[in-house]
Structure formats: structure tokens, C-alpha cells
Design a protein around this ligand. Structure first.
Ligand code: SME
Length: 137
């Protein structure tokens, strides 16, 4: 049931669905810890392809969440020094860690072309999405 291809198809659908249903979700993707390396690897996503398929722990918003284990809401990406730009149109970002059996194994990352769009409702919703995802991976 946890066949890798099936899981990737399902996560890809989750990304497409979130992007389609929430107007300020411009790019939606999952990053996962890459084996025993200290880096994240891009998984399924919806939106424009990104060059940043590997992100070292600590680098950018994603890399910081890999080590902090905490949600990171960025209302204005231009105010961040430790930020990796994927598109010049992106104004804001939210990254929510994904826990499996209590371990931070990856994250959902959402970019928005709208300034400061993310609320606590997004945080709670994306935590819920990640809990559901953890059950199928
Ligand atoms: N902006 C992210 C990099 C990933 S892209 O948004 C898809 C960051 O600073 O970690």
C-alpha cells in the first residue's frame, strides 16, 4: 500500500488540489530529508519547477525548518537574509514541518505571490494536512 510511486502520485494530487483551491497558494511542494544526508530533497509539487531540488539543512526558510522543527511563516520574503529565492514573483512563504512517529522527516512549503497572506488558520490547516500525509507515507 505504501508503494513509492503511489505515495508520490497521492502527494502530487494533494499539491495540485491545494494550489487549485486556495487562490493565494502559488506554489505548493513537499521536501523530505534525503536519507542520512544533512539536506532536503524536493518531492511532489505543483507550480513552476524550481532549481532548488536539494537544500542543505540550515539554508533558506526550508533548511531552517529542517533544524528548528517549527512552523515558519514569512509575510515578506524580502525582509529575510537567509532565504532562497525560487521566483522573483514570490512575496511570502509558509513552511510547516511534517512529523512521522514524532520525527521531523520533511515539510510542506507554500509560496505566495500575494504579500502577507498566511494566517494561523493556514498553519492549523497545513498541520492537519501533514498529519494526514504522515499516515500514508
Ligand atoms: N524559498 C525556499 C526555497 C524553496 S522554494 O520556495 C520552492 C527557502 O528559502 O527555503
Amino acid at each position: 500500500a505504501n508503494d513509492k510511486v503511489q505515495v508520490e502520485e497521492r502527494l502530487s494530487k494533494v499539491c495540485e488540489h491545494l494550489k487549485a483551491e486556495v487562490d493565494y497558494y502559488t506554489w505548493v511542494g513537499f521536501y523530505f530529508k534525503n536519507g542520512d544526508k544533512n539536506e532536503l530533497k524536493l518531492g511532489p509539487f505543483a507550480g513552476e519547477p524550481t532549481d532548488h531540488t536539494i537544500i542543505p539543512f540550515g539554508k533558506g526558510i526550508c533548511g531552517q525548518v529542517a533544524v528548528s522543527n517549527k512552523n515558519f511563516v514569512v509575510p515578506d520574503v524580502s525582509a529575510q537574509d537567509n532565504y532562497i529565492a525560487c521566483s522573483i514573483h514570490v512575496k511570502a512563504e509558509i513552511v510547516v514541518p511534517l512529523f512521522k512517529n514524532g520525527e521531523n522527516i520533511g515539510q510542506i512549503d507554500i509560496d505566495s505571490n500575494v504579500p502577507d497572506p498566511f494566517t494561523e488558520e493556514d498553519e492549523r490547516f497545513l498541520e492537519f494536512v501533514n498529519e494526514k500525509v504522515a499516515e500514508i507515507i
